[in-house]
Design a protein around this ligand. Sequence first.
Ligand code: IPM
Ligand code: MG
Length: 368
Amino acid sequence: MSNPSLLILAGDGIGPEVMNEVKKIIGWYGEKRDLAFDVEEDLVGGAAYDAHGTPLTDATMERAQNADAVLLGAVGGPKYDTLDFSVKPERGLLRLRKEMDLFSNLRPAQCFDALADFSSLKREVVAGLDIMIVRELTSGVYFGEPRGIHKEGNERVGINTQRYTESEIARVARSAFELARRRNNKVCSMEKANVMESGVLWRQVVTEIHEAEYPDVELSHMYADAGAMQLCRWPKQFDVIVTDNLFGDLLSDAAAMLTGSLGMLPSASLGAPMANGRPKALYEPVHGSAPDIAGQGKANPIACILSFAMALRYSFDNGDEATRLEQAVEKVLADGKRTADLLGPEGGTPISTAEMGDAIIAALDASI
Ligand code: IPM
Ligand code: MG
């Protein structure tokens, strides 16, 4: 049997640096756990634009469709700010999400005990936090038509459209309910049904799926603005949050910061099962390309490494090895190892991106 395939798209900014550490971890699994992957690499975002004049070539898209899982670093940077919308680095990522139909974006926000004091919230509010945001990723205002900037009379008008079909809402709701059953069995659905028709439909469909298929799961609804407030007030009230593309973008950044640093948060973007039973999947850190620190060895590779742990769990059905990797990260943090983003107000000496990767490998070695 051939090894499962991974397509690595490191992208821009700190993407290549943090992905380097993931490559070491992938190598470790091949060598020490007899878990080898066939790894290919390609370009996305600004890096692809520089080489090919497009943020994602058709050939790369094709490779992504055929890989067992895609690992992505980050896209974007100030250098590309003035490019036309259609070739901006972000379009490469959006095309992958759309064409692979990765409708369910899992963004866990977990607070490692060693970092509870780094949150902007009080320790007791965040210690032990473990919530999962399920963000719809292929529709809504990110993709709705009509869109654009046009002239109306003598002024310009900018338009985007929030649009959701019933089936789009139903499939992401199912994925949230399924996850909740494997966690603490609670789902909170967030929209703006008080002002948006798409929100009214969202609430109706989530309620129907709940009644028909998941009555054993506890379901609640919140307006997304109140949800943002509750996330800051008492995040531990949540287990799984399911929400649309734009609200999910905002709420997941807020949730990420609860945990102390954006440099910690992984994500999985999942679609329908492929012929081999594995879901279409792309794994990426929630943080962006951080151009201000790119190329300096300062970036925290943990979000990207934990994204690979999610790949082990959700694509390769290997929860045990995913847990091993997560525990290695926890161990390294408990030992006081910190990249610059994880230094509290009292300071200290940060370790580099590569040193963090090496420390995690040492912890993995110690675990076998
Ligand atoms: C994210 C990012 C992306 C988004 C950008 C880079 C297109 O913010 O994954 O959260 O808005 O979805
Ligand atoms: Mg975002």
